[in-house]
Design a protein around this ligand. Structure first.
Ligand SMILES: [Zn+2]
Length: 228
């Protein structure tokens, strides 16, 4: 084996790794990363529901008459079905974010990915019967196996145009970034399992209350999505 072959192989592997992590490059999947209406913003919250912070966030959203989209983890939804029902009753959208949200997600077989996504959809349907076509892959990771399941289940994949890095940045920084950078058409990625999310969102919604921007939930493209 020559050095050039090793270098070439490393380059290909690096490209594949990058391709699987950059969701909005749309290499394996059709992904929605913005909304077309320039007077609207879609706030999205991943990894919940959290027993304390998600209800607090729902209170904040109700106070400002804002809607949002929650990409929930199946095992958390199972523990707090009442929060899922509240999200839907208050006009928010609920999407699939896998059942167990494990770091091995990107290495799973098609069958394992299917069981995770289908398990979450069945559980959500038991909690509140409706179609759940919206999906955001854990860690934003996609690959050919995940793409096959997305097609099989007719899921609509949602990415983001503004990533807040709220799981690693200080809340003050997240807030500053949102006040400075948020604009119409954005899909914002945040997490409702974090203590400071409700307060940050309260400040942001107060700041934009007279801007004419509307905070909306995402809706899947109309289709005759059948349960698989
Ligand atoms: Zn997540």
């Amino acid at each position: 084996m020559t050095w050039s072959f090793i270098l070439f192989s490393l380059l290909i592997i690096s490209l594949l790794v990058v391709a699987s992590m950059v969701l909005c490059a749309k290499i394996y999947l059709e992904v929605t990363c913005r909304i077309s209406e320039k007077d609207r913003i879609a706030l999205t919250f991943d990894d919940g529901p959290h027993p304390k912070y998600t209800p607090e966030l729902l209170d904040v959203l109700a106070k400002h008459n804002a809607k949002a989209t929650f990409f929930v983890v199946g095992k958390n939804a199972k523990k707090h079905p009442e929060i899922i029902r509240r999200m839907i009753e208050e006009g928010h959208s609920v999407g699939n974010h896998s059942y167990s949200h494990q770091w091995q997600w990107g290495f799973w077989s098609e069958d394992k990915v299917y069981r995770e996504l289908r398990g979450t959809r069945e559980l959500l349907n038991e909690i509140h019967s409706q179609s759940y076509p919206l999906f955001r892959p854990p860690f934003g990771i996609s690959n050919p196996n995940i793409a096959k399941v997305v097609k099989r289940m007719e899921l609509a994949v949602v990415g983001w145009s503004l990533r807040t890095f709220d799981t690693s940045r200080k809340p003050k920084k997240v807030q500053q970034q949102l006040l400075k950078k948020l604009k119409g058409g954005d899909i914002v990625l945040m997490h409702d399992r974090l203590e400071n999310t409700p307060q940050v969102i309260d400040i942001v919604l107060t700041h934009f209350s007279k801007s004419g921007l509307k905070f909306v939930n995402l809706e899947a493209p109309k289709s005759d999505t059948k349960l698989d």
